[in-house]
Design a binder for this molecule. Structure first.
Ligand code: HEC
Length: 138
């Protein structure tokens, strides 16, 4: 006896497969890594990302030494606290906060804003890629 796949079952499989690849958090990060690659960056290193994260850097514009962990802490799975407003910041680690790293434009927006606030300049594509491979492994 032969088993014929029903057209409905086949269609459902195709739809689910398409959803599965587009809604996975890895794809937003992968898209950005590809984008940074076209800008000449890579390969990216999570150990360098971790070092960048907690590296005290002089923000020359404000004359203050700052780092990412000021607001997000050194434990990305923990709740952070905004350095100036004191507001709660939900964890950045996708393992504890599945909403993180799911939206490429949101990631870019916050990297731009936070690099400027922290380091007094934009991060390079290489630095952003290092941050993202470190963050997605948390
Ligand atoms: C002055 C406080 C502050 C500092 C310092 C800071 N951030 Fe943030 N960060 C925020 C806030 C506020 C948000 C947005 C609110 C939220 O999403 O919870 C955010 C969001 C993000 C996001 C968005 C993630 C997502 O998918 O939702 C990334 C990525 C990020 N920060 C990376 C960094 C990096 C890298 C540094 C260091 C260069 C840094 N942040 C330094 C306050 C800060």
């Amino acid at each position: 006896m032969t088993i014929c796949p029903s057209p409905f079952r086949l269609a459902a499989f195709v739809v689910l497969a398409a959803l599965g690849t587009s809604s996975c958090f890895a794809s937003a990060v992968d898209d950005l890594l590809t984008r940074y690659g076209t800008q000449g960056a890579g390969p990216f290193d999570p150990a360098v990302g971790a070092a960048q994260w907690d590296r005290p850097t002089l923000n020359a514009a404000v004359g203050e030494t700052r780092r990412c962990s000021l607001c997000h802490s050194t434990n990305l799975r923990a709740v952070g606290k905004h350095a100036t407003t004191g507001k709660r910041i939900e964890p950045l680690a996708p393992a504890t906060n599945p909403e993180r790293l799911t939206d490429a434009e949101k990631i870019e927006k916050w990297l731009l804003r936070n690099c400027k606030w922290t380091w007094g300049r934009e991060c390079t594509p290489q630095e952003k890629g290092n941050f993202l491979v470190m963050m997605r492994a948390q």
